[in-house]
Structure formats: C-alpha cells, structure tokens
Design a protein around this ligand. Structure first.
Ligand SMILES: [Ca+2]
Ligand SMILES: [Ca+2]
Length: 150
C-alpha cells in the first residue's frame, strides 16, 4: 500500500507534465508541437510581439505548409482579413528573419509580387486570409498570431 502510494506520487507529476506539454491553453489551436492563438485586438508589429511575450509566446513562426494552413484557417473562421506573423526585415532590407529565432525562413508563402517593400517602409509580415504573405509597414494596426512551443 505504501509502495503503491509512493509510486503514484512519483508518477503523477510526470504524467501531468507530459499531458500539459501536449495541451494548448484554452482558445489556442494546436499544430504539431505548437499552439497558435489569433489575437483580434489591433496592434502595431512591435506591440504585438510584446503582447505575445506577455502571453508566454512570440509572434508566430510559420515553419511549413501545415502550420500555414492552420493559421490561415484561424483567419478564415474569424473573418480576419490579415494578421501579423513574426517575420521581419527590420535590421537588413530584404533579409527576412523570424523574430523568435532570428533565423531565415525555410518555408515561405509570399503573395504574388511580395515582398515589395512598398514606398521603402514595409519591414514586417502579415498573413492574409488567402494564406499568402505580404510585407507591411510595422506601424500598421492589425490583429496578430502568437505561438508557444517549439
Ligand atoms: Ca522591407
Ligand atoms: Ca508589401
């Protein structure tokens, strides 16, 4: 009996942490090892990144077509035309990197003729409901997508 309780006591935290690692917070959407959340409050890009950090994450990194579709579907079901993701070329023009990892994307889904750095001031990236990406001025107020996880 005592051994039984000890075993249960040791295992429960492990089971619990394992479950939590695979579970997304309420209102977040799971894709692989990540959780995504669409925040519909409109913020400029730097503010959106800070808000994602307050929520325990970062602006979304879109690593593949599956994640792109998951996030695109979040825009579609909420009627959101366009939302920030975590890609920018704020440091070096035309050198886009993810804010979270500082890495160049291995997957992209740019809209036709994008990124165009229109008027020379577009350095932060949105996903449109079409699931295509566009560079936009970072001071634009838009909804945004946060992620947590790997
Ligand atoms: Ca740019
Ligand atoms: Ca553009």
């Amino acid at each position: 009996m005592r051994l039984g309780l000890l075993t249960v006591g040791l295992l429960l935290p492990m089971i619990d942490s394992g479950v939590n690692a695979r579970r997304c917070p309420d209102s977040w959407t799971r894709s692989g090892s990540k959780c995504f959340a669409l925040v519909r409050d409109k913020q400029h890009w730097p503010e959106a990144q800070m808000t994602c950090e307050v929520l325990g994450g970062d602006l979304a990194v879109i690593s593949n077509s599956v994640e792109n579709r998951v996030v695109g579907n979040m825009l579609a079901v909420t009627g959101t035309a366009e939302a920030w993701i975590g890609l920018h070329d704020l440091l070096t023009e035309r050198h886009f990197v993810w804010r979270k990892t500082n890495r160049v994307p291995t997957y992209t889904n740019w809209n036709d003729n994008q990124p165009d750095n229109w008027k020379g001031i577009e350095h932060c990236v949105t996903m449109r409901r079409s699931q295509k990406w566009n560079d936009v001025r970072s001071s634009a107020s838009l909804p945004f997508v946060c992620e947590t996880g790997q």
